[in-house]
Design a protein around this ligand. Structure first.
Ligand code: B12
Length: 317
């Protein structure tokens, strides 16, 4: 019997939703990687929807695995797909997303809750490399907002609780803080930052060594299109004033966590509030912020919830 010859139908193209589900990259990350690094160039449907080929999908899957293994997207983006494939073989498959052997979980795999459980397990085991992979992979899949609100903040809260109860020793907390610090810096680096964008100076004031709230605030601001100048922890007020004068920043956002009632910090914030131009906003967040903001009256804005900060950033740009 002769089989009639058919012309090969064109390979189907895939919409963002399908690419995101298959590669584990959130639509936000896909957009940023395309705009900033031109990792693939999807075609457009008649309705202007982005459509991806099988080749694009494979390239994105390789990039997702390699970045989750710790490589930087800016270095990977120019490489050919064959080279990415070779690197993937050299690096070995990432172990992220897999529950440790012998543990059974009722959590939905890939959900923020299950990422938190895996991360806490890695912290308990002192496995910083695995923790780093878990967090990078989750950030790529969940996007910045969910990652910060439903993964990073709950992990830090639980680390604090376990440390307080004595089930985690200070070394567990230090390991978690060190890895999360790197993850937050890397997340900010994944977002498009326009050098002409409205600028915020972010850090913690003198005496405040808890730095992660400031890093979280910085990552939120970057995700809302602000340019962030991150000055780290424990900075005297005159340095914030000088930095604002040299950068034309429109806001200073500080994290104030512990302790309350420090007279040095009270005086520093008073100096800062008086030294900043009136057009520059002073935003305070963190568990101790309200205590220090009270004497500053309307000069300081206290914002705690990430959702409120996001709204403020969008309105103040
Ligand atoms: C990591 C950590 C440390 C690390 C910090 C490492 C680092 N480089 O940052 C180290 C080891 C240094 C540390 C030291 C101490 N710590 Co500590 N630490 C923590 C831990 C686990 C996480 C803190 C953190 O970064 N949180 C950041 C975010 C996720 O949480 P958050 O502050 O609530 O912020 C949220 C909002 O307020 C908001 N936000 C925060 N900042 C900002 C800023 C802006 C602009 C905006 C808009 C929003 C915003 O966003 C966050 C997300 O929703 C907490 C536990 C916890 N529950 O937070 C304890 C905790 C804060 N530490 C505590 C204590 C007691 C200490 C020490 C005194 C311990 C000791 N005996 O030495 C010292 C004090 C050091 C000092 N001089 O300040 C207590 C504080 C208790 C209190 N409030 O009375 C806590 C709550 C632990 C506990 N349960 O007992 N700590």
């Amino acid at each position: 019997m002769t089989v009639p010859r058919l012309n090969n139908p064109p390979a189907p193209l895939h919409p963002v939703r399908v690419v995101s589900a298959r590669t584990g990259l959130s639509p936000d990350v896909l957009r940023v990687w395309e705009r900033r690094y031109r990792v693939v160039q999807p075609v457009r449907s008649e309705g202007r929807q982005r459509l991806y080929t099988d080749g694009d999908m494979e390239r994105l899957r390789l990039l997702a695995n390699l970045t989750a293994n710790g490589r930087s997207i800016s270095q990977l983006a120019p490489l050919s797909t064959d080279r990415l494939q070779a690197l993937t073989t050299e690096d070995g498959a990432p172990t992220v997303g897999v529950m440790p052997r012998g543990r059974r979980s009722a959590l939905v795999p890939g959900s923020a809750e299950s990422v938190v459980a895996l991360a806490l397990n890695a912290i308990e085991q002192f496995d910083s490399q695995h923790l780093d992979q878990i967090l990078r992979k989750a950030a790529l899949r969940l996007g910045t907002d969910d990652m910060l609100d439903h993964v990073i903040a709950p992990i830090l809260l639980e680390v604090g609780e376990r440390w307080h109860r004595g089930t985690f020793i200070p070394a567990n907390e230090h390991l978690a803080s060190a890895v999360i610090r790197t993850t937050l810096a890397w997340m900010s680096d994944q977002s498009v930052t326009d050098p002409t964008a409205t600028t915020a100076i972010v850090g913690t004031p003198v005496g405040q060594t808890h730095e992660l709230g400031a890093l979280i605030a910085g990552a939120i601001a970057v995700s809302r299109g602000w340019r962030v100048i991150y000055l780290g922890a424990n900075l005297p007020p005159e340095d914030f004033v000088r930095a604002v004068a040299r950068t034309n920043a429109k806001a200073v956002a500080l994290s104030v966590v512990y302790p309350t009632g420090d007279p040095t910090l009270r005086a520093a914030l008073k100096y800062l509030a008086a030294g900043l131009p009136p057009t520059v906003a002073l935003v305070l967040g963190g568990a101790a912020a309200a205590d220090y903001a009270r004497p500053l009256g309307r000069r300081a804005t206290v914002l705690q919830r990430p959702a409120d900060f996001r709204e403020w950033l969008e309105l103040s740009r």
